[in-house]
Design a protein around this ligand. Structure first.
Ligand code: GLU
Length: 488
């Protein structure tokens, strides 16, 4: 049987990293097995529907390069892939369940249900429907309908036996059937509950494996009961462990961002995020930490999915991001840097951002940043001549009391630079080192002066490579400008 897996997010909020990891594992399994990865939008909870969430779902998957074979926009033979467009299917099977005697209409008002809940709470019992409408006669139901009472459809859960399934990650899971409520399968607004919708869709879409977060384990017996009542074979289940913060508490805002797209905005690379998430709850061999997309696809297996909650460790992600910045091919980094600079550089930098400059900057800065959001500040001076340093910034600690010494150094440096015939960094460096000796300055002190004058900042890419990249004329102008600031 071909592998068909689905990622089935509910567009109720911005997808967080846990749900993106679920998508990743489904995608990896599909790609590993040459199977099909399906995106299904589970939007039956209309009260919590949020259209921005949908955009963020698409955006997160695209950012990580998790392409779907079937689903919204991609199409496919099993559509529609949006649950709110599939109501007729759920309605048909809800009817079938009623006709078979596996489900019944329940007319209880919200007030009545709230009372039952409160009463059970008082007795410290888990919430549960008292099955009041289970055995209404046909005439009684007719009467309620005629009175205009709204009905939900509830599953008639058997009173005895066990309901079980074999989970690929967690092994055999078994529940006393009698502990399962007469759960709702169709709400009074005509929409199915998640249970019915999952089961109907997973069956009709011929899903072979359900890989999802383990918050769904306790719902699975209800779904198994539905499969049994409808006479269908359930898919295989693999419930993956939750992601916790490094302190082992539930992942929350205080551990860092929750949504994958926030990490994108902070300047994490998709390659690093994919690597990082792929190793939360799965491992290749307990030691390999840097794994490419291709290697993941080649080696991914459900058997190596861990049962224990796995920790989200932001420091590790940042470390990985640094590693990818050092290792990705220059072309790829040029593309990523250019894209980032388009949006992050100040308006004074002309658009489009000059690619050639970006390409030449890559080797100079790739080891100096850990996240892409640190890039613009570091390289603004290569794209814009606007400088915002003050005389104090220029003088720094070394020349604090000696602005005339600094001015003399600028004049001399400008002369040396002017005299250079080849504008290449080894020659520039040699000239400036020579100058430091002559002026009896520490090389570091002179270079700091030059650095602030030429790049506008005390922290910059390597000075002489930067000067080479900026070009002679621009450097001379900047030395001149620094002199003006000092002598004003
Ligand atoms: N729509 C569910 C969610 O957002 C998915 C449940 C499932 O994968 O079966 O968590």
């Amino acid at each position: 049987m071909p592998v068909r897996v689905r990622f089935a997010p509910s567009p109720t909020g911005i997808p967080h990293v846990g749900s993106v990891r679920t998508a990743l594992f489904n995608w990896l399994y599909a790609r590993h097995t040459d199977g099909v990865f399906i995106l299904r939008i589970e939007d039956t909870d209309r009260s919590r529907y949020d259209p921005r969430a949908l955009e963020a779902i698409f955006g997160s998957l695209r950012w990580l390069g998790l392409d779907w074979d079937e689903g919204p926009e991609a199409g496919g033979d099993y559509g529609p892939y949006v649950q709110s467009e599939r109501l007729e299917h759920y309605e048909r099977y809800a009817r079938q369940l009623i006709e078979q005697g596996n489900a019944y209409e329940c007319f209880c008002s919200t007030e009545r249900l709230a009372e039952i809940r409160a009463e059970r709470q008082r007795r410290k019992q888990p919430p549960r429907y008292d099955r009041h409408c289970r055995d209404l006669t046909a005439a009684e139901r007719e009467e309620r309908r005629a009175a205009g009472d709204e009905a939900v459809v509830r599953f008639r859960t058997p009173d005895e036996g066990t309901t079980s399934f074999d989970d690929i990650v967690r092994g055999h899971v078994e529940f006393e059937t009698a502990t399962i409520d007469d759960f709702v399968v169709r709400k009074s607004d005509g929409f199915p509950t998640a249970h019915l919708a999952h089961v109907v869709d997973d069956h009709l879409m011929e899903i072979s494996h359900v890989l999802r977060g383990d918050e769904w384990v306790s719902s699975t017996p209800r779904q198994i009961l539905l499969y049994q009542a409808l006479g269908w074979e359930p898919p295989q289940f693999a419930h993956m462990s939750v992601i916790l913060g490094p302190d082992k508490a539930k992942l929350s805002k205080r551990h860092g961002a929750l949504s994958a797209l926030e990490y994108r905005d902070q300047g994490y690379l998709p390659e690093a995020m994919l690597n990082f998430l792929g190793l939360i709850g799965w491992s290749l061999d307990d030691k390999t930490v840097l794994i490419s997309r291709e290697q993941f696809i080649e080696h991914f297996s459900l058997e190596r999915m861990g049962k224990n909650p796995a920790a989200f460790d932001l420091e590790r992600l940042t470390w990985m991001n640094g590693a990818y910045l050092r290792e990705l091919p220059e072309e790829r980094l040029t593309e990523l840097f250019a894209e980032r600079l388009e949006s992050d550089l100040p308006d004074a930098a002309p658009r489009p951002i000059d690619r050639e400059t970006v390409r030449r900057l890559v080797p100079l800065v790739r080891e100096r940043i850990k996240r892409l959001d640190e890039l613009a500040e570091l390289v603004t001076s290569f794209f814009s001549d606007e400088m915002s340093y003050t005389a104090d910034d220029l003088l720094g600690k070394q020349f604090k009391e000696d602005s005339s010494g600094a001015a003399a150094a600028f004049r001399a440096a400008a002369q040396r630079a002017e005299a250079l015939s080849a504008w290449e960094h080894p020659a520039i460096e040699e000239a400036m080192r020579g100058l430091a000796d002559e002026l009896e300055l520490k090389a570091g002190a002179l270079f700091m002066l030059l650095r602030v004058a030429v790049t506008g900042r005390a922290i910059s890419p390597p000075l002489f490579e930067s000067m080479e990249l900026l070009g002679k004329e621009r450097c001379l102008k900047r030395l001149q400008a620094a002199l003006t600031v000092l002598t004003k």
